[in-house]
Design a protein around this ligand. Structure first.
Ligand code: IVH
Length: 679
């Protein structure tokens, strides 16, 4: 027996949760915190478990996943899902426009200019979502364009897909078929693959494959764990609503609660379309999802109808593709580069090819295991990719096109720079040169030592370091502190004034904090965070130098690899005498991070303060920041109000940042936040 009170409680919870989820995921403007949301959801799950008939198809509990299917049903699309013709240059797009103008003839002359929308061409999986009387009842893949697979349970797990349309200011359509692209964001993709690698599962080749694989799960509980996202860009069959233009349709879809891409330009002429393409190309490396071009659509739906369709693609739209980021070329040679920490990296020297307007003549091959796995040989024909500012990579080679002159690559047994024996560490793919005096390492090690995050010596740039090492003036870090002003001034491109400035900068760098110094040493697996953690644990260098790897790995947050790399580093006699030499030359290491006496909670700057966290944080997750804040007695809430003391704003902070600025609330970036946390 279901009482009216339970029925009402379930309905209330469903409505509230739907609203909060929309505010959080689509508007990025939540009004409650995650815990409250989770508690409400838990209660709703409880009620629906007891009374399954209350679990409506649009209940937020459906996002968790449904019982597994035995196979996918197929369903025909009411209106075929077409593909797009491609254009590759401005001429192709101008020809597309001229053809449209010609076909529309008199019809166009009445209104004047032909307008378009220009939309990022998302590189994901096309889907169709069917809403009957406002409720999501079915979702399908594009399939062959006429028939797709039914993936409703999987689509329901995507937080930004409305399970019910929001229609406060629009009449509820009887039928609405919405089309869009399911994607995985680049950061989420990297994390997903890392987890798979850690579990011994094969990584996905790219975000699109990962999205497709996730939608093809018969068990939607697995899909629910995948970081799927969606943008919608069109409609299929509709009853009870009519759109006048593509831009009007997008606006309605937004009002129905769908995520519509932010970078769509609406109602623009040909000239602006061509500019929009250039702008989008510039924007592309900064986007956190993959796009492979721009879709240009005639805006007016009456014009779209007049232009009509071909068998596979409409005449009213075209995809203006970005230049390919992959090309085939030949591997002429494989050379070895020696990095700062002594790692030997094989690099393919390629027959130069232009990829996306940049000439590529080398690509990293990572390590010997990778070469073996991909069976890469010298003289092979290879598929090379370059994405944004990422180092070019060899994706694969074509064994079927071998001519017989290919050479299997072997890692050298000696370092190509200093000729000393190399070794392969257990559990690591890398082969290393362990001679600390190796010239290749010295240049790189010194550059790292004096870099911004290290000792931060102004004026000791790459070129000067190379010159000093090659002239024999720098044989180790310690030599930096005894560099002679007169000798410096005699170097190429270095006047007396710059020499004096450099000596001054070196003097200033002699007072260094422990975390910076640890980082500067360039120990394997020891970045800024690990260095900070070590400095928090040890009052000074002597304690750290004596610590064994067990002690180090028992530090909360310290990885095992770091722990053994640090002990390995300080076990080398030469490294210890190097540090002593530096101290003799005047190096002074201080440590503010180590607190002998833990302060009481109420001393902390964030004690009793209210903070809101927003945007993407680089160095830690929001949940982690929140945990640490709660530990020092702060309150963390989901929305900005007059009661908020601080806003911690990460990358791409949106509406909360604006609101905080308007209210005059103190805004912290990550660095400032960590400083105030005392880290
Ligand atoms: S419109 C008839 N708009 O590109 C119109 N498609 O090659 C066809 N796509 O299957 C779809 N972003 O998966 C459209 N803003 C966008 C798009 C987009 C990505 C994909 C979609 C489609 C394929 C067509």
């Amino acid at each position: 027996m279901i009482t009216d009170a339970i029925r009402k409680e379930a309905r209330d919870l469903q409505e509230k949760l739907t609203d909060h989820s929309y505010r959080y995921h689509v508007l990025d403007d939540p009004v409650i915190d995650d815990e409250t949301y989770d508690l409400m959801l838990k209660r709703l799950v409880e009620i629906e478990d007891l009374h399954p008939e209350l679990s409506t198809p649009d209940s937020p509990t459906r996002r968790i996943g449904a019982p597994p299917l035995s196979d996918f049903k197929s369903a025909a699309h009411s209106i075929p899902m077409l593909s797009l013709d491609n254009g590759f240059n401005d001429e192709d797009i101008t020809a597309f426009h001229d053809r449209n103008v010609k076909t529309l003839g008199d019809q166009l002359r009445e209104v004047g200019k032909l307008l378009y929308t220009a939309e990022p061409k998302l590189d994901g999986v096309a889907v169709e979502l069917t809403y009957e009387n406002g409720v999501l009842v079915m979702a399908t893949t594009r399939g062959d364009g006429r028939t797709g697979e039914v993936i409703t349970d999987n689509i329901r797990t995507i937080d930004r897909v409305p399970l019910r349309l929001r229609t406060s200011d629009l009449p509820m359509p009887e039928l609405l078929e919405v089309r869009g692209e399911v994607i995985i964001n680049s950061d989420d993709f990297i994390r997903l693959n890392q987890t798979r690698i850690n579990r011994g599962e094969p990584p996905f080749a790219n975000p699109r494959n990962a999205a497709a694989g996730s939608l093809r799960q018969l068990d939607s509980k697995i899909t629910a764990k995948r970081p799927l996202d969606i943008f919608v860009y069109g409609t299929g069959l509709c009853r009870g609503i009519e759109f006048t233009s593509q831009s009007h349709m997008l606006e309605c879809l937004e009002r129905f609660g769908f995520p519509v891409n932010l970078h769509i330009q609406r109602t623009i002429g040909l000239k602006e379309v061509l500019e929009a393409y250039k702008d989008l190309q510039t924007l592309r490396p900064d986007l956190d999802y993959e796009i492979d071009g721009m879709v240009i659509k005639v805006d007016d739906l009456a014009f779209q109808q007049a232009l009509g369709e071909k068998i596979k693609s409409p005449r009213w739209a075209i995809a203006y593709k970005f230049p390919a980021t992959t090309k085939t070329t030949r591997i002429n040679e494989i050379i070895i580069q020696v990095g700062r920490t002594g790692t030997l990296t094989p690099v393919a020297l390629l027959e130069p090819v232009s990829i996306g307007g940049v000439t590529v003549s080398r690509a990293t091959l990572h390590n010997a295991d990778e070469i073996e796995r991909k069976d890469i040989r010298v003289h092979d024909k290879a598929l090379v990719t370059r994405a944004g500012d990422v180092i070019p990579k060899v994706v694969k080679v074509f064994p079927s096109e071998r001519k017989g002159d290919e050479i299997v690559f072997r890692m050298p047994e000696t370092c190509p720079v200093c000729d000393s024996h190399v070794r392969k560490l257990e559990d690591e793919a890398a082969v290393k040169c362990i001679n600390a005096a190796c010239q290749a390492q010295l240049k790189e090690r010194i550059r790292h030592f004096v870099s911004k995050k290290g000792l931060d010596v102004d004026g000791l740039g790459k070129k000067i370091v190379v010159q000093l090492v090659e002239e024999g003036m720098l044989k180790s870090f310690a030599d930096i502190f005894t560099l002679d002003e007169t000798a410096l001034a005699s170097l190429d491109r270095m006047g007396e004034k710059s020499a004096a400035n450099l000596v001054k900068a070196i003097d200033a760098a002699k007072n260094v904090s422990l975390p910076r110094f640890i980082f500067a040493l360039g120990i394997d697996h020891t970045g800024e965070n690990a260095a900070r953690l070590l400095a928090k644990t040890f009052p000074g260098l002597p304690g750290l130098m004596d610590a064994d790897s067990l002690t180090l790995s028992s530090i909360h947050g310290m990885g095992e690899k770091t722990a053994s790399a640090v002990t390995r580093f300080f076990a080398v006699k030469e490294n210890i005498s190097l540090i002593h030499d530096m101290e003799k030359a005047g190096l002074k290491i201080t440590n503010d991070l180590y607190n002998e006496k833990p302060k009481t909670l109420s001393d902390h700057v964030f004690f009793n303060k209210t903070l809101v966290l927003t945007g993407t944080l680089e160095q830690f997750k929001r949940a982690e920041a929140k945990e640490r804040l709660l530990a020092v007695g702060a309150k963390v809430t989901g929305s900005v109000s007059k009661k908020t003391d601080y806003l911690l704003a990460g990358r791409d902070a949106g509406s909360k940042l604006k609101k905080a600025q308007a209210l005059g609330i103190v805004i912290l970036d990550e660095t400032r936040f960590l400083e105030m946390m005392g880290e």
